[in-house]
Write a protein that binds this ligand. Structure first.
Ligand SMILES: Cc1cc2nc3c(=O)[nH]c(=O)nc-3n(C[C@H](O)[C@H](O)[C@H](O)COP(=O)(O)OP(=O)(O)OC[C@H]3O[C@@H](n4cnc5c(N)ncnc54)[C@H](O)[C@@H]3O)c2cc1C
Length: 352
């Protein structure tokens, strides 16, 4: 959208996309007793040249790991210690059932139904192709069913103890093909844990400076997060049973940082957030964050990207109002969609 802004917005200015640009420093200065962001230094990965941009406002969107790294490499303040803290994911799990009839598992839209359990998280049916089906069934915290459990192997509404299937059991489960399976993905409402965090690593720096170290004791989730996951796995098994599944297995999936949130979280309290509720850095004026790291928490379980995009839109309005004397537009204007003909035509004009 930004590349074609001159084609669809009155006075719109098209952005230039430099795919190899990497920001290495945020610049600030003192103004009226406050620290204020004034621009960035970035490195062109193609030419290795370093350039500086000055700006009225700086917006970070480097993700949950790189935003805190950039902040710390820029020597920006962290008075409450929450820069990089509260790195939150979703403690996923899979519950899978086998059926007598065709489920269409490997065909069509991958995910088209969802059930939310407020306070616990959500469940999504997910159709999987063979490689992804294997991936979902091969990673287990509970080891191999019937062989070892890593001290886990929870039991519940599913058949037997949770774990990975091998041998005759796997053969039987898969015997009638992938399109007799139905997968339910558990996405729990995870607590924010201060000990999950990004710091600067002691390992050698790369061409952009000291690298990030992510500390994430994923096997030490809070009792509430663990209980939410167990509750949802039970619900998933009940749904599959109700739909007529012959066998139901819980995988107890091993931790995987896939939905990540809140390492530079916004919040109402100055004690445990980096950003104000308007997504502006508490200790650096004119510095905003507009990606998943700005989210306050794991959102109660849903896939995070649409919420992050909605918050980024809200943040754009706040910036426009506060620093460019603009008026909010979301409630009064219809959005231009990215499939608009003017955009398609301009993209074709711009070429590859
Ligand atoms: C396998 C997989 C499946 C997923 N499926 C879903 C899904 O179905 N639904 C959903 O909602 N979410 C899904 N997610 C999560 C989704 O990808 C994230 O929510 C989303 O990408 C996060 O966006 P972000 O802008 O915070 O960070 P990113 O997408 O990580 O973007 C950060 C960008 O900043 C760049 N960058 C970093 N540092 C710098 C720097 N210093 N200078 C310049 N650029 C920099 C990075 O190269 C990157 O392009 C999935 C994730 C994975 C891995």
């Amino acid at each position: 959208m930004a590349l074609t802004a001159d084609a669809w917005a009155d006075g719109g200015k098209a952005a230039t996309l430099i795919t190899s640009a990497f920001v290495t420093r945020i610049h600030t200065e003192e103004r009226g007793g406050e620290q204020v962001a004034t621009g960035v230094t970035w490195r062109d990965g193609g030419s290795s040249e370093t350039r500086r941009e000055d700006a009225a406002v700086v917006v970070l969107a480097g993700g949950c790991t790189e935003n805190p790294r950039l902040w710390l490499n820029s020597g920006l303040p962290d008075p409450n210690g929450w820069v990089g803290r509260g790195y939150t994911d979703h403690a996923f799990d899979w519950v899978i059932g086998s059926f007598d009839s065709d489920t269409g598992n490997s065909k069509g839209a991958a995910s088209s139904a969802r059930a939310d359990f407020p306070g616990y998280g959500g469940l999504e049916n997910v159709g999987l192709t063979p490689g992804l089906q294997a991936f979902s069934m091969l990673l287990s915290e509970s080891g191999i069913r019937g062989e070892y459990t890593n001290g886990r192997g929870p039991t519940g509404a599913w058949d037997g103890s949770a774990g990975r299937l091998v041998g005759p059991e796997l053969k039987e489960f898969m015997g009638e093909g992938i399109d007799r399976l139905l997968n339910i993905l558990v996405i729990s409402d995870d607590d924010v844990q201060a000990e999950n965090r990004v710091t600067l690593s002691a390992f050698p720096a790369d061409e952009h400076g000291p690298v990030a170290k992510v500390t994430f004791p994923r096997r030490q989730r809070t009792a509430r997060t663990t209980a939410n996951r167990d509750f949802l796995a039970g619900k998933a098994a009940e749904i599959l049973r109700g739909a007529g599944a012959k066998r139901i297995y819980r995988i107890d999936w091993a931790p995987l940082l896939l939905h990540v949130q809140s390492s530079m979280r916004m919040g109402a309290s100055e004690d445990d957030s980096v950003l104000t509720p308007e997504a502006e850095a508490r200790w650096v004026r004119r510095l905003f964050i507009a990606d998943n790291s700005a989210l306050a928490n794991s959102l109660g379980g849903p896939n995070p990207t649409l919420t992050a995009q909605a918050v980024a839109t809200r943040t754009a309005e706040k910036i426009f109002q506060r620093y460019f004397e603009g008026a909010p537009w979301v409630v009064s204007e219809a959005p231009v969609v990215s499939t608009d003909d003017r955009i398609t035509e301009r993209v074709l004009e711009l070429g590859p």
